[in-house]
Design a protein around this ligand. Structure first.
Ligand code: PLP
Length: 375
């Protein structure tokens, strides 16, 4: 049976070139990067080369990149560290953030460390920037954390506009860029952000590896204490192989980013057009045809008595997609994102997410299976 993977917002298959780069280091290098002898110096050099390569592509200094275990840790670092070390009193976020941000923000509020404010989101899933400005006007000492692209519906945020607003009101700005890093190019000299998060497994890199960019203007203490790794900012022996894989995946993605964008967008557009033509009553959650990430399509299907079975029916036909975010896929407990944008929760919604490794034939097959279920 054909197996079609359309759940790339949850994770992507690793690129064989990335495996090769990691494998070579696994075979040849094992020294602890903190050791002063030759073996340690060699792995230290590999880590610093990876850091420099990522920093160059983002147009920042290498000292502003800190390796982490992925997006969740990067989000936690950004929020905890600035709340504690910059005396943040107001945390401004949106109801459609990933749980790595939402649960962190809620925990800080529960501990009485911040007052939490939610920016309104419109029916298309876009953050209301005028409401954000109102919140900033009334709440000084604020940290704003808003994601660049939503992992469930794909809506994109205008980072420059939000970043400039934060500057105007002297607020710090973190963006969870986990779904967009290496899917777009970023020039952090020009983009007014203080912190962004990255996770390698969202762009054909290894799981458990990512980074946070922390602007050198920020003075923060570590989240994880221990050794002096990451210039005293994150204790613990570095994930050498993960870091090498992350840098390789980042390099591959950035080399051909425009080609990938165009190709993957064509798969998404094909699916939108096809479903509109063949499934009566279909619609799309978020702003699928507008300001939207080219890898994600959230489809709102007609009411059916098979709704509970939909993921299963697709799965037995070899199609992998998701009913919400990765954390809830398989068990549709009701997406907090779809609820926040007032999507019709009586109708089943499915998230299809694409990568450069998908083919048009795979998308066509998925479309025909959906049609066979609904007709
Ligand atoms: N933020 C967003 C928007 C995500 O989509 C994810 C992963 O699903 C994360 C954060 C968490 O990243 P990681 O799996 O690397 O911890």
């Amino acid at each position: 049976m054909q197996k079609v993977y359309l759940d790339n917002a949850a994770t992507t298959p690793i690129d064989p070139e990335v495996v090769k780069a990691m494998h070579q280091v696994m075979l040849e290098d094992f020294g602890n990067p903190s050791s002063l002898h030759f073996f340690g110096r060699k792995t230290r050099a590999l880590i610093e080369k990876s850091r420099r390569s990522i920093a160059e592509q983002l147009n920042v200094s290498a000292g502003e990149i800190f390796f982490t275990s992925g997006g969740t840790e990067a989000d936690n670092m950004a929020i905890w560290q600035t709340v504690i070390d910059h005396g943040i009193k107001h945390l401004i976020t949106s109801p459609i953030e990933h749980h790595a941000v939402l649960h962190t923000a809620q925990e800080l509020e529960k501990r009485g460390l911040v007052q939490l404010h939610f920016v309104k989101v419109d029916a298309a899933g876009h953050v209301d920037v005028h409401h954000l400005e109102e919140l900033l006007q009334h709440n000084s000492k604020a940290l704003v954390t808003l994601m660049h692209a939503n992992n469930e519906i794909g809506n994109l945020l205008d980072l420059s506009r939000v970043g400039n607003l934060c500057k105007k009101y002297d607020a710090l700005f973190h963006s969870d860029t986990v779904q967009t890093m290496a899917h777009y190019t970023f020039d952090l000299q020009k983009l007014p952000v203080d912190m962004i998060s990255c996770s390698a497994h969202k762009f054909h890199g290894p799981k458990g590896s990512g980074f946070i960019y922390l602007s050198s203007d920020l003075q923060v203490k570590p989240l994880i204490y221990g050794g002096s790794q990451e210039r005293n900012m994150r204790g613990g022996t570095e994930n050498l192989y993960g870091i090498v894989g992350l840098a390789k995946a980042f390099e591959i993605a950035n080399q051909e980013v425009q080609t990938h964008q165009k190709y993957v967008q064509s798969l998404k557009t094909y699916m939108i057009d096809w479903l509109e033509q063949h499934i009566k009553g279909v619609s799309f959650n978020g702003d699928a045809k507008g300001n939207s990430l080219y890898t994600v399509l959230n489809v709102c299907l007609p009411k059916t008595d098979k709704a509970e079975m939909l993921l299963y029916l697709l799965d037995i036909k070899g199609i992998a997609c998701s009913a919400g975010s990765a954390c809830t896929s398989g068990a549709n407990t009701g997406s907090h994102v779809l609820k926040a944008i007032n999507s019709d929760m009586q109708r089943p919604s499915l998230r299809f997410s694409f990568s450069r490794m998908n083919t048009l034939e795979e998308v066509k097959y998925a479309c025909s299976v959906i049609k066979s279920i609904f007709n």
